[in-house]
Design a protein around this ligand. Structure first.
Ligand SMILES: *Cc1c(COP(=O)(O)O)cnc(C)c1O
Length: 463
C-alpha cells in the first residue's frame, strides 16, 4: 500500500514517510491508494479480539510491513496500556437502542488520546530507528495540545511546542497542558484567539527551509496516522454490540464533529466493509458541515461561541479527503474544487452528488440551549452525564433516528473537562482524582504576543 495526495502532485510514498509528511507537499491530504476490503470471515475472526489485538490487525493493513509485527505490537500495547479502562473504549448502554462509546478513558480524558498515544509512540520509534530528531509544533483549542503533550512527554529525541490561546481554553485543559514539567515540553500561551495560533503555525510550516532545518512535524488530524488509529474503535464498538446483544444487522454511529476527522474515520471503516447503517454528523452552531450535507453548499459562516469549544471550527481540515472519494478519486476535480474554494470562499456541489452525500451521511446542527437541555435530560432520565460535545451527538440521535434502530453515539470527552458548561444546569460533579490533583500543581507556560517573530524566537531557544 502506498499513500497518495488528494491533489495528485506527490509521488506515492510509504507509511512512515506519510506520517512524517503530515500535510502533503502539494497542499493536499494523504490517503491510502487502495483501501483494504474486509470479508465477513475476517470480521468474524476479529469479533473476539481485545482492543490492542484489534488495533494491531487494523494497523497491520496500513503499515506495509515497514514496521515489523513484533515492533508494531509493542507500540500498540504501550499506547493502550495507559488507558484506565480494561476495554480501552468501552460501550455503555443507555437504552435498548442507544449506546455510548466512551472514548475518554485515556490520560487526558478526551478521545484524542486514542490516536495521539499511538502517534507519540510512533514518532519516538521512528526517531530511534532513523536516528532523527523530531520537533512537534502544534496549535490547540484545548484537547489536542494536552493529548499530544501527554503522548510524547519525557520521550527521547522528541521536543514538543504547543500554542494555545491565552485564557481561552477551559481551566482543566489549561492545567493538563501546563502542569507537565518535562524538559521536552514548551507551552506558549498566545495573546489572541485559536485562529491566531493556527495561522502562526501554518505560516511557520509554510516556511520550507525553517520546517526542514528544524525538523518540524505535525500532530493535528491532517496526519493520516491519526485517522487510521480512529477507525479501530468503530470496529471495536460494533463487535462489543454484537457480543452483548446478539446479531445486529447494521448500526448507526453518531459523531460530534469539527474538523471532520473522527467521522471520516467512520466513513473509512464503512468503506472497508463495516456494516454501518447511518453515519450521523453532529455539529454545534458552527455548522458548516451540517449545512453542507443538508444543502450541498460548503461555506464558512460567522464564528459562534458554544459550550463545545473543540468543535468551534469554520473550515474542516479533513473535508478534502471526503471530496476525493465523492469525486471518484479524481485529483484534478479536487484541485479545481479547492482552487474555487480559495477564490470564491465556497463550494457548491451538483444535485446528483448531493444525493450521494446524503446517502453517506445524515446531519444535524445543535443549538447551544439544546446542547445543555440534552445534558440535563439524560442526567435526569438515565443518570448519565454527557459532556457538551457528546451531547451534540446524542441530540442528533434524538432528532434523526427512528424507533428500533440501534445507534452508537461517540463520547469524545469526559464531562469533568467541561465543568463550566455543566454547572450552568446546576449539575455538580466530582472530578476524577487525577484531574483534581492538577489544581495543586505548578504551571509552566510563557505568555507571548501573537507574532511569528516572537514565536520563532522562543522556538529557536527551545529546539
Ligand atoms: C477534537 C474534538 C472533537 C472534534 O473532532 P474532529 O475530529 O475534529 O471532528 C469533538 N469532541 C472533542 C471533545 C474534541 O476534543
Amino acid at each position: 500500500m502506498k499513500y497518495i495526495s488528494t491533489r495528485g502532485q506527490v509521488k506515492p510514498i510509504g507509511f512512515i514517510d506519510a506520517v512524517l509528511m503530515g500535510l502533503a507537499d502539494d497542499g493536499g491530504l494523504l490517503l491510502p491508494d487502495k483501501l483494504p476490503q474486509l470479508s465477513q470471515t475476517t470480521l468474524m475472526q476479529w469479533q473476539g479480539l481485545t482492543y490492542p489485538e484489534l488495533a494491531l490487525e487494523v494497523f497491520s493493513l496500513f503499515v506495509n510491513e515497514e514496521i515489523p509485527r513484533a515492533d508494531l505490537k509493542k507500540l500498540v500495547d504501550e499506547s493502550y496500556s495507559t488507558f484506565r479502562h480494561e476495554a480501552v473504549t468501552p460501550v455503555h448502554r443507555v437504552t435498548n437502542d442507544l449506546y455510548v462509546l466512551e472514548l475518554f478513558h485515556g490520560p487526558t480524558y478526551a478521545f484524542k488520546d486514542v490516536a495521539l498515544q499511538f502517534l507519540g509512540n510512533l514518532y519516538s520509534y521512528i526517531s530511534r530507528r532513523n536516528n532523527s530528531i523530531i520537533h512537534i509544533l502544534g496549535a490547540t483549542s484545548g484537547d489536542t495540545g494536552a493529548s499530544a503533550i501527554e503522548g510524547v512527554r519525557g520521550k527521547e529525541g522528541i521536543r514538543i511546542c504547543i500554542l494555545h490561546p491565552h485564557q481561552k481554553v477551559s481551566k482543566v485543559q489549561e492545567l493538563q497542558m501546563t502542569t507537565v514539567d518535562n524538559d521536552n515540553v514548551l507551552n506558549l500561551a498566545v495573546k489572541g484567539s485559536f485562529d491566531d495560533c493556527q495561522r502562526i503555525i501554518k505560516e511557520l510550516f509554510a516556511d520550507v527551509n525553517f520546517k526542514r532545518d528544524y525538523h518540524l512535524r505535525a500532530i493535528n488530524s491532517i496526519n493520516i496516522a491519526r485517522i487510521l488509529a480512529q477507525t479501530v474503535y468503530y470496529f471495536y464498538a460494533y463487535f462489543q454490540l454484537i457480543n452483548n446483544k446478539g446479531q445486529v444487522d447494521k448500526i448507526n454511529f453518531s459523531v460530534p464533529t469539527g474538523n471532520f476527522g473522527d467521522i471520516f474515520a467512520g466513513y473509512l471503516a464503512q468503506r472497508m466493509g463495516l456494516p454501518i447503517n447511518k453515519l450521523i454528523l453532529a455539529t454545534n452552531e458552527n455548522n458548516i458541515l451540517a449545512r453542507f450535507v443538508n444543502e450541498g453548499v460548503y461555506q464558512p459562516g460567522d464564528f459562534r461561541g458554544t459550550y463545545s469549544p473543540s468543535m468551534d471550527i469554520q473550515v474542516a481540515s479533513n473535508f478534502e479527503r471526503y471530496m476525493f472519494y465523492l469525486y471518484g478519486e479524481d485529483s484534478e476535480a479536487v484541485n479545481a474544487l479547492m482552487s474555487r474554494f480559495k477564490a470564491e470562499g465556497k463550494i457548491v456541489i451538483p444535485e446528483q452528488l448531493l444525493q450521494k452525500v446524503q446517502g453517506d451521511f445524515t446531519a444535524y446542527s445543535v443549538e447551544n440551549e439544546e446542547c445543555l437541555n440534552t445534558i440535563s435530560d439524560y442526567y435526569e432520565q438515565y443518570d448519565y452525564l454527557l459532556d457538551p460535545h457528546t451531547a451534540c451527538g446524542v441530540a442528533a440521535v434524538d432528532k434523526l433516528v427512528g424507533e428500533g434502530e440501534v445507534t452508537v453515539a461517540l463520547s469524545t470527552a469526559h464531562p469533568a473537562k467541561f465543568d463550566e458548561a455543566i454547572r450552568l444546569r446546576n449539575i455538580s460533579q466530582t472530578y476524577p482524582e487525577p484531574i483534581q490533583a492538577l489544581f495543586d500543581k505548578e504551571q509552566q507556560q510563557i505568555v507571548v504576543e501573537g507574532t511569528n517573530e516572537e514565536i520563532k524566537r522562543h522556538l529557536l531557544t527551545f529546539f
